[in-house]
Write a protein that binds this ligand. Sequence first.
Ligand SMILES: [Zn+2]
Length: 513
Amino acid sequence: MTDPLASSEQPTGSEQPTGSEQPTGSEQPTGARQPTGARPPTGSERRAGAGQPAAPAPVRPVHRPSTAARPARGRDAETGVDTFTLRAAHVLDESGRFGDPVDVAVRAGVIRALGPGLPLEPDVVDVDARGLWLMPGVVDCHAHVTQSTYDPFELVTTPLSTRYLQTAEALRASLRAGVTFLRDAGGADAGIRDALAAGTVPGPRMAVSVVALSRSGSHGDGAILGPGLESADEVLGPNYPGRPARTAGAIGDLPTAVRGVLRAGADWVMIYASGGVMSTRPGQPDLPFGQAELAAGVAEAARYGRPAMVHALGERAVQAAVAAGARSVEHGIGLGEGAAAAMVARGVTLVPTLAPYRDLAALASTGVLPGWAVERAEAAAAGLVETIAVARAAGVPIALGSDARHRTRHGGNLAEISHLRRAGLTPPEALLAATATGARLCGVGDRLGRIAVGYTFDTIVLDEEPGDLELFERPDAVGGVFLGGRVVLAHPRLPAALTGSPRAATWAGPTST
Ligand SMILES: [Zn+2]
């Protein structure tokens, strides 16, 4: 059973569900010493033999000093190294374009030198990367890794243990697809983030919001699914230690709910400041929280040093979110020039999430949506494209968010890059939205999201120039992934010294903090 109501923005269930030295000299990479790993790529084996990172890179923390920005280590951690030099690769620069081939010197997971003809160094693995394109790992600023279905019936009948094992698979798929930092927009609690940091399962670096906060009876409250599901909170997304209540009942309750998620270890506070496309039925208020209460909630988060990400559809809701102090506006469908100007003035980033609205419009065309919802679903998809045009024209920073919350979407996060291009961003703009802009929004822009000296080597390997970006809609678009300089998806051009031998898999064990 598929309940299209569940495919509105708010998920229904569980979702509520960091070198050494600069090289010296001028010796060229060819000649005296042949680079290793020069075998040409063969498409069918590109995904074979992925290694896992074996040690955390020395990055500084994100929002939660203990764990949030530390790379995950896979339980199959192999023997690859995080000190090497890649030769003659095309590298995405800070303008979002690929330039002439350069060498990239990575030492202990951090880029220490970048440029043509870097010198050979003894005991450093040298890799021929001619014909490969490198870009920073993608920062997905809006996903729901704990949700693998839109179907409330499936949620009701799926044990929590199964949901969390599915979450592990979603995290692994996201990382192998090239997502190296993920901000969860509701559903993933601090335990998931901390398990990643401890190396229990492979996955991207992660920031969590624990639960998305909503006004009871409004968007985000599973009870709006309809009669018979009034207790949806308890049934579809039960609370448990580490997962506080997600709805604010009485007027003025939002700051209390905010403290609940902060106590649970949230890096971000996620608030629903408007209805969703499919959740807001005729007669429901479009602003579930008044301006004062919304501002009080965001201010409470700020008192604890945490930023707010605010779901807002429509000009009024976006204006309210920006006035309240949101760091990012999620979706933003229908924002006008006034809201866009306010966002620019206050440095607020838009995370438009095109993929789910495309899915929703496709669903509408199949006839399974109720009549009142079809027009809205189709209008939302078109409206978001117009919203992006308004935001872009005003100069609003735009960051990528896949809103992935279905097993068929985890690992397809990078399709959003192509969607952004189709929605009017230039290829460089879309590539920056997926990398540097997202990293800046997530508070890690000084060390992640770019391939530049001093930055951590979280990097994607492509076999072709991305051109008009449509390749990101292909499941095999990304041929290799590095996290903190460690190979997590092994490209066939990479030598065994980097990828480790599949037979040498060892359990490296969790790292103490
Ligand atoms: Zn979402």
